[in-house]
Ligand binder design. Structure first.
Ligand code: CU
Length: 182
């Protein structure tokens, strides 16, 4: 009858370990998982880089591209290219959830919080909509530059208060996201 006497403390030890592991897992899950938003575009490297500069556009949308002049023509017609887009267009998060915006397109974008949606800092892409004050000044303004996301990189937004928050791209102002914090 010696064996059970040895097994019991072992068993108790195992249960204690299992409980400890469970508590640790619960604590881990209480720090919220970030929500991801992707920025997409289909810039055509040849025409964009000729117009703006080398390496501006690094297209990753295999087999799809929109030329520089097409992008401006569509924006001017009031039918901006839907492939320049944030996805999803709206998200609901609990307070404290970080938002990570990943630029999976070929060119830079911004993820800029605005009081009201409006135009960006490139008039020719605004279809007559006045520039949102938060976008005015473009990258010459630190507050706008801070919201810039380069191709292949990401931006994290933390500490949003409860309620509705609007974000847009200050270059392509039809790229818009509504974030609802609960
Ligand atoms: Cu953009």
């Amino acid at each position: 009858m010696k064996r059970p006497a040895v097994k019991l403390p072992l068993l108790v030890g195992c249960v204690a370990l299992a409980v400890a592991a469970q508590v640790a897992a619960q604590e881990k899950s209480s720090s919220p998982t970030p929500v991801q938003i992707v920025a997409l575009d289909e810039c055509d490297p040849t025409t964009f880089n000729a117009a703006i500069g080398p390496d501006f556009c690094k297209n990753v949308a295999l087999g799809f591209s929109t030329t520089f002049s097409d992008l401006f023509a569509k924006a001017a017609a009031g039918t901006p290219d839907p492939n320049w887009d944030f996805e999803p267009d709206s998200v609901q998060v609990r307070k404290g959830t970080p938002i990570i915006v990943v630029d999976q397109g070929g060119e830079p974008h911004t993820f800029t919080e605005v009081k009201e949606f409006g135009g960006g800092f490139i008039d020719a892409l605004n279809h007559g909509e006045p520039t949102a004050p938060e976008c005015a000044g473009g990258f010459g303004k630190v507050s706008v530059a801070k919201t810039r996301i380069l191709q292949g990189s990401q931006l994290q937004v933390n500490g949003l208060s409860k309620g509705e928050h609007l974000f847009e791209c200050c270059i392509h102002p039809w790229m818009r996201v509504k974030v609802e914090v609960k």
